[in-house]
Design a binder for this molecule. Structure first.
Ligand code: FES
Length: 102
């Protein structure tokens, strides 16, 4: 059953920054965009590229390997060569604890 898991202190991720955490044997990229937090799996659906190492344009993360883009709000794939969405996770704040539903 999915449950909320504390993954970081929100204050550790400043606006414009991202971190990668390991939770339940999955790598999750967590982004702070203008004070709002978003979480997606840190594994590109094309060929396992590390998405958090890519460039973020607005809400679009560009895979550093072959340039596929995903919307970090929804996990939706936006461009080739990836054709499958990436997993996204609900994020909530409990005080300064950043939690994801996983
Ligand atoms: S591994 Fe991400 S575009 Fe190829």
């Amino acid at each position: 059953m999915p449950e909320y898991v504390t993954v970081a202190k929100a204050s550790e991720i400043k606006p414009g920054e991202r971190i990668v955490v390991e939770v339940k044997e999955r790598y999750i990229a967590i982004f702070n965009v203008s004070g709002a937090y978003y979480a997606i799996e840190d594994v590109c659906t094309h060929d396992d590229g590390p998405l958090a190492e890519g460039e973020l344009h607005g809400f679009e993360i560009e895979c550093p390997r072959h340039g596929a883009r995903f919307d970090i709000r929804s996990g939706k794939v936006l461009s080739m060569p990836a054709v499958q969405d990436v997993a996204r996770f609900e994020v909530r704040l409990e005080g300064d604890d950043l939690q994801i539903l996983i």
